[in-house]
Design a protein around this ligand. Structure first.
Ligand code: C2E
Ligand code: MG
Ligand code: MG
Length: 764
C-alpha cells in the first residue's frame, strides 16, 4: 500500500537529516590520529539519538572471543535513566538469536516490543524490564570480524525505522567502527612508541606512510620541523634513499620483505639509523613500522620515527670517550687491543706480517717536570699528532700510557726489514724539536718492534714489544730494538723477581752491606754507605742494579726503603754501643740511598723521624743520597718533603753528581749538604783531562756553595792522590774498602779502638 504524501515527506526529511548527520560524523572521524575517539562517538550517539527522537542510543563492543559484550558508550534523552553501568560483561547470547544475526551482519529491528510473539517471550521480558518499547540494533563490522553493535531504544513510545533509515544507520555504524579501528591501531602504535618516548623525551614524532617500495605517500607535519621535509616535495620519494648508506643494510633488509602485505598487528622496531634532512645533515632516528596496507583506512606502511640525534650523539661521544685517550684523542688501550686482535686475525688469514711498535719517550718525566705539566701535555699531543700523520691509513696508533704509544703496522707487503724501517721513521719524526711556548724542546724516543704473522696473542705481542722497548732504553734510548726471544726470558725474569721481592723485607731476606767513607786527607773512617743486598728467595744473588729498578717500578721500594732506613740506624746504634769507651761518641755517619718513589709516597718524614728516635741516633749522623736525576724529576712537593726532613737535621747528598742535568741555579735552591761525584769521572780522572777538570769544577763548586764533596769508586792510589790534591773531602771505593757485611765494619770499629782509624787498604 502506497504511503500518504505527508508520511513520504516526513520520511524524506528524516533521510535528509540523517544524511547531514552522517556527513558531520564522517568528518569528525576522518582524522586517524584523533585521540578523542570516545568524545566523537558520544557526540555521534547524541546527535543521532536527538535527531531520531529516540530515548537512548548506545554502543556495545564484543570481546575478541564473542562471548561477552560491554556497553561502552551511551546517550540518553533527558529524563531517561542511563543503563551503561549495569551493562558491562553481559553474555552476548543473553538474547540468543541476536548473536547469529549480528554475526551475519544483519540488523535487529523490533518496532514494538509488546508485539513480540510468545516464541520470543524471554526477549520481550528482558526488553520490557528496561522499559524499551521499540529498538533497532545495527552491527559494527570490523575488517576482520564483528566488533559489536550500535543500538537505539525508544522508551516513551515506539519508534519506527524506515528501510532507508536502517541503511543510513548502518552507514553511521561503519563510520564509527572505522574510526574505532583506526584509533585502536593508532593507540597500539602509540603504546609501542611510548618506550622510545621515555628514552627520547622532548623529541617529536614523524609519521610517514610508505608504499611497498618505501615511497612516501603521506608525511606528517612534524617531518618539516624534524627533517625539514615538506610533503609537497618529498611525496613519491623512497624513504630508503634518504637513509645513511652505513645504516642502510639492516633497514633495507627489514623493509624489503614488506613486499607481501603483513598482518596489521606487527610493529617492527627498525634499528637506529640516520636520515638525511633537507639541509643535507643527518638526523638519528628510532622508528617502528606497522604494515597497515591491508587496512583500507591507511593502505600503507606506517613509519613512526623519533629524532634521537641528541641521545645518539651523547652515546657516540661516550663510546668515543671510553675508547679514546682524552688528551691526544688517540685510541686507548682498550681500542688498541681490539684493533690488534683484528689485525692479527686478518694477518693470519691473508698470510701477511704485521708490526707492533712500542714507543716510549726518553726522559719525558724530566722534561715534563722542568717545563710544567701543561707544556708536557702539549708535547704529548704534538707527538701523538706527528705519529698519526706519519702513518699509512691502514695503520693504527694508540696511546698506551703516559708517554707510551703503540703503533700497529698493517701493510700488505710488510717484511721485517720494512717494518723496522717504518718504526725508525717514526722515531725520526719524534726527534725533530717540539716548539712549545716559543721554545724548542728536543726529545728522543725508544721503540721495541715485534713482527707477527698472526699466530700470537694480543697480550703476548704487547708484552714482547714492551720488552724490546725496554732493551732499546737500556742501550741508551733513541733507537728501535726488534724483539728476540731472549728478551722474553728477561722479561719473565723481571716478573719473577718482582714476585719474589714482594714481602722480602718482612721475611728477613734482605741484608745491608756497608761501604766505609773515609776522610780524604787522613783516611780516618767517617761513616758508611748502606747498600742493599738481596740474596733472593732462591739463594741466587740479584745485583741491586737489577732488583732495585724492579722494586721502584712495582712500588715495593717504599716498604723496602723504610726497612733499609730502620736497619741502617739499628746497625749504627750497635756500632756506637760497641765502640770502646775511649772512642766517645764519634760521628760514625751512615748514608742511605733514597729513591724518588719513596719521596713521592706519603709518610717518609715520619718513617725517618721514628727510626731516628727508636734507635737514638742524632739526625746529623744520617745522610740521604738521592741521584741527581731524582732531584730533577721530583716535583716541588718532593723537594718540600726533603726540606722538612733536612730540618730534622738529616743531611742530604746528591748521588752520582755530574751525570744529570743540574744547573747551578737549580742547585742553589735545593736542600742539599753534599755532592757525591759520580764514579765515572773518578775512573777517568787520571787519564782524561776532561774528567779531571769536571771533578775539579765539582769540588770548587761545592766549596763555593758550602757543600761537602765526596768521591766514590776510588780504586787506585793515583785517583786518591788527585782527589786529595783537588781538595775533595771524603772518599769511598773498592780501593779503600769494598762494601762488606756489618760484621766487617764492627771489626774495624772495635779493633782499631777508635773511629779515627786508618783505612785498611791503599797506602796513604
Ligand atoms: P750508588 O749509590 O752510587 O752506590 C755505589 C755503588 O758503587 C755500589 O754499588 C757500590 O758497590 C759501587 N762501588 C763502590 N766502590 C766502587 C768502586 O771502587 N768501583 C766500582 N766500580 N763500583 C764501586 P751497588 O751496591 O751495586 O749499588 C748500586 C746502586 O744501587 C747504588 O748506587 C744505589 O743507587 C742503589 N742502591 C743500593 N742500595 C740501595 C738502597 O738501599 N736504596 C736505594 N734506593 N738504592 C740503593
Ligand atoms: Mg749511593
Ligand atoms: Mg753513586
Amino acid at each position: 500500500m502506497p504511503k500518504p504524501p505527508a508520511e513520504r515527506a516526513d520520511e524524506q526529511a528524516e533521510l535528509l537529516g540523517l544524511l547531514r548527520l552522517m556527513t558531520s560524523i564522517l568528518r569528525r572521524f576522518a582524522d586517524v590520529a584523533d585521540q578523542d575517539i570516545d568524545a566523537g562517538i558520544n557526540d555521534a550517539l547524541a546527535s543521532i539519538g536527538a535527531f531520531a527522537g529516540v530515548d537512548r542510543s548506545y554502543i556495545f563492543l564484543a570481546d575478541a572471543d564473542m562471548v561477552l559484550i560491554h556497553n561502552t558508550h551511551e546517550w540518553c534523552a533527558p529524563g531517561i535513566t542511563p543503563e551503561i553501568d549495569s551493562l558491562r560483561d553481559v553474555p552476548f547470547d543473553t538474547i540468543s538469536w541476536w548473536r547469529p544475526r549480528l554475526l551475519r551482519g544483519e540488523s535487529v529491528y523490533i518496532p514494538d516490543v509488546q508485539h513480540l510473539p510468545d516464541s520470543r517471550a524471554d526477549e520481550r521480558a528482558i526488553l520490557a524490564r528496561q522499559g524499551i518499547r521499540s529498538l533497532i540494533v545495527v552491527p559494527l563490522m570490523g575488517a576482520d570480524r564483528l566488533r559489536g553493535f550500535l543500538g537505539f531504544d525508544a522508551v516513551q513510545r515506539p519508534r519506527e525505522w524506515s528501510e532507508a533509515g536502517n541503511l543510513l544507520l548502518r552507514a553511521v555504524a561503519d563510520i564509527i567502527i572505522g574510526g574505532l579501528m583506526r584509533h585502536e591501531s593508532y593507540t597500539a602504535l602509540a603504546q609501542s612508541e611510548e618506550r622510545f618516548r621515555t628514552l627520547v623525551r622532548g623529541s617529536s614524532d614523524v609519521v610517514m606512510i610508505l608504499d611497498a617500495d618505501t615511497r612516501l605517500c603521506y608525511l606528517g607535519s612534524s617531518a618539516e620541523s624534524v627533517l625539514g621535509w615538506q610533503a609537497a616535495t618529498r611525496t613519491g620519494e623512497r624513504y630508503l634513499d634518504f637513509v645513511h648508506p652505513d645504516d642502510l643494510p639492516p633497514i633495507g633488509m627489514l623493509l624489503e620483505p614488506m613486499q607481501p602485505a603483513q598482518p596489521p598487528a606487527g610493529h617492527i622496531l627498525l634499528p637506529d639509523h640516520r636520515v638525511m634532512s633537507a639541509d643535507g645533515g643527518w638526523r638519528w632516528c628510532s622508528a617502528t613500522v606497522t604494515d597497515l596496507r591491508a587496512d583500507p583506512a591507511i593502505g600503507g606502511i606506517v613509519l613512526n620515527a623519533h629524532d634521537i640525534t641528541r641521545r645518539k650523539e651523547a652515546e657516540i661521544a661516550l663510546q668515543h670517550q671510553a675508547l679514546h685517550d682524552p688528551l691526544t684523542a688517540l685510541p686507548n688501550r682498550a681500542l688498541l687491543a681490539d684493533r690488534l686482535r683484528h689485525a692479527l686475525l686478518l694477518a693470519g688469514r691473508r698470510g701477511q706480517l704485521i708490526g707492533v711498535v712500542f714507543i716510549d719517550l726518553d726522559d719525558f718525566k724530566l722534561i715534563n717536570d722542568s717545563i710544567g705539566h701543561r707544556a708536557g701535555d702539549r708535547l704529548l699531543m704534538d707527538a701523538a699528532k706527528r705519529l698519526a700523520d706519519a702513518l699509512e691509513p691502514e695503520d693504527t696508533v694508540a696511546r698506551f700510557g703516559g708517554d707510551e704509544f703503540v703503533v700497529i703496522f698493517e701493510r700488505a707487503t710488510a717484511t721485517p726489514a720494512s717494518l723496522t724501517a717504518a718504526a725508525e721513521r717514526l722515531l725520526a719524526v719524534l726527534a725533530r724539536p717540539f716548539r712549545i711556548s716559543k721554545r724548542d724542546y728536543s726529545i728522543s724516543a725508544s721503540a721495541g718492534l715485534v713482527v707477527s704473522n698472526g699466530d700470537a696473542g694480543v697480550d703476548e705481542l704487547l708484552r714482547d714489544a714492551d720488552a724490546a722497548m725496554y732493551r732499546a732504553k737500556a742501550q741508551g734510548g733513541g733507537r728501535v730494538q726488534p724483539f728476540d726471544a731472549t728478551m722474553r726470558a728477561q722479561l719473565l725474569r723481571r716478573v719473577e723477581l718482582a714476585r719474589a721481592l714482594r714481602g722480602s723485607e718482612t721475611r728477613g731476606e734482605l741484608t745491608l752491606h756497608y761501604q766505609p767513607l773515609f776522610d780524604a786527607q787522613d783516611q780516618s773512617l767517617l761513616g758508611v754507605e748502606a747498600l742493599l743486598r738481596w740474596p733472593g728467595a732462591a739463594g741466587e744473588l740479584a745485583p741491586p742494579t737489577e732488583f732495585i729498578p724492579i722494586a721502584e717500578e712495582t712500588g715495593l721500594i717504599v716498604p723496602i726503603g723504610a726497612w733499609v732506613i730502620d736497619q741502617a740506624l739499628a746497625q749504627v746504634r750497635a756500632w756506637l754501643d760497641a765502640a770502646p769507651a775511649g772512642a766517645g761518641r764519634l760521628p760514625l755517619g751512615v748514608a742511605v740511598n733514597l729513591s724518588v718513589h719513596q719521596l713521592a709516597a706519603p709518610g717518609l718524614e715520619q718513617t725517618i723521624a721514628d727510626a731516628l728516635h727508636r734507635h737514638r741516633i742524632p739526625a746529623r749522623l744520617l745522610c740521604l743520597e738521592l741521584t741527581e736525576s731524582a732531584f730533577m724529576t721530583e716535583a716541588q712537593t718532593g723537594i718540600d718533603v726533603l726540606r722538612r726532613i733536612r730540618a730534622l737535621g738529616v743531611r742530604i747528598a746528591i748521588d752520582d753528581f755530574g751525570t744529570g742535568y743540574s744547573s747551578l741555579a737549580y742547585l742553589r735552591d735545593l736542600p742539599v749538604d753534599e755532592l757525591k761525584i759520580d764514579r765515572a769521572f773518578v775512573r777517568g780522572m787520571v787519564e782524561s783531562d776532561r774528567d779531571r777538570r769536571i771533578v775539579n769544577v765539582i769540588v770548587t763548586l761545592g766549596r763555593e756553595m758550602g757543600l761537602d764533596t765526596i768521591a766514590e769508586g776510588i780504586e787506585t792510589d793515583a785517583q786518591l792522590a788527585v782527589l786529595r790534591q783537588l781538595g775533595c773531602h771524603r772518599v769511598q771505593g773498592f780501593g779503600l774498602m769494598a762494601p762488606a757485611p756489618a760484621a766487617a765494619i764492627t771489626a774495624l770499629v772495635t779493633r782499631v779502638g777508635s773511629l779515627r782509624s786508618a783505612s785498611p787498604a791503599l797506602s796513604s
